[in-house]
Design a protein around this ligand. Structure first.
Ligand code: FAD
Length: 277
């Protein structure tokens, strides 16, 4: 199946990309790894008049230390993140999460910027990005701004980025090893039916959940129930609150009841695994 016809632009710099997005507004779409955009265009769910390919912009693919954080360029692929020794040492939750995404082909092409911008309700990164309380830098016509993870995921397939803004960098904090990502996937695609990311640190427990609602969320009921204690009994009781106050997805892939069950089971497993590390 072919997409509708479109103009193709290949900017060499971030400024050029932003200028094109500003010029064409809602008619333009950024192309990164193409593993969400191209299928959507082929199915005519997306019909951009102009595709702005950011794949040749030189300084968007890196993983480097930035103070107490690790900075990751938007075009860094899932596989580069999964296999990064630096991230495995300093922020092991992100490579663990990346290794669960799709298959090798998807991981070799898909990018962290593309996944976050797309904000698929069943994508893996959002759970980890929320649990890590990461920061996302976007570039726009007025320069760069930073969006906290908690403000980034607005609704189904909708984020806090404006149409003429580009994700340029994601920053994750260094964490202890007491982290885990546990996922039950939809067998055909690999997308999450319920994916749970956990960070246990001296400051407390943070839990991000994807796949069960229109957007990923912080399981604040679980976090509050675990204040100051991660015993087996406390974990079991806290995990029962994984979907408190959440409107659950109910579709051909899984019923709302099944998703709630998976979220609770995977929350318990992720907390146990993180605590045991
Ligand atoms: P693209 O497809 O190029 O772009 C996606 C969207 O983001 C577009 O709207 C585009 O305009 C926008 N965009 C891209 N980059 C930027 C940027 N820097 N700034 C602003 N906007 C931008 N994902 C999972 O999480 N888990 C899975 O198990 C999984 N399984 C998959 C299985 C298959 C068969 C396929 C095809 C995909 C799967 N994916 C999965 C999705 C995959 O991770 C995609 O790579 C990802 O969602 C999009 O990243 P991309 O770089 O390909 O972005």
């Amino acid at each position: 199946m072919y997409p509708a016809s479109f103009d193709y632009k290949r900017p060499a710099t971030i400024d050029e990309a932003v200028a094109l997005l500003t010029q064409f507004g809602d008619d333009a779409k950024v192309l990164a790894g193409g593993h969400s955009l191209i299928p959507a265009m082929k199915l005519r769910l997306a019909r951009p008049r102009v595709v702005v390919d950011i794949g040749r912009i030189a300084n968007l693919n890196y993983i480097r230390e930035a103070g107490s954080s690790i900075a990751i360029g938007a075009m860094t692929t899932h596989q580069e993140i999964a296999s990064s020794k630096q991230l495995q040492d300093k922020c092991p939750l992100l490579p663990e999460t990346a290794s669960h995404i799709g298959d090798m082909q998807v991981r070799n092409m898909g990018t962290i910027g593309g996944s976050l911008a797309h904000n698929d309700p069943a994508a893996d990164y959002p759970a980890a990005i929320l649990a890590l309380d990461a920061e996302i830098d976007v570039a726009g016509p007025k320069g760069r701004r930073t969006i906290r993870a908690g403000d980034f995921f607005v609704d189904l397939l909708t984020t806090a980025i404006a149409p003429n803004e580009l994700i340029v960098e994601v920053r994750v904090p260094a964490t202890p090893k007491t982290v885990a990502y546990v996922k039950t996937e939809q067998k055909a695609s690999g997308f999450a039916l319920a994916g749970v990311a956990v960070v246990i640190s001296p400051a407390g427990v943070r839990v991000g959940i994807t796949g069960v609602a229109a957007k990923a969320y912080r399981a604040t009921g679980v976090e509050q129930a675990l204040k100051g204690k991660t015993t087996a009994e406390a974990i079991a009781q806290a995990a029962a609150r994984a979907t408190d106050g959440v409107e659950l997805l109910n579709d051909i892939h899984a019923s709302a009841e099944y998703r709630a069950h998976l979220a609770q089971v995977n929350t318990k497993r992720a907390l146990e695994r993180a605590a045991s590390r």
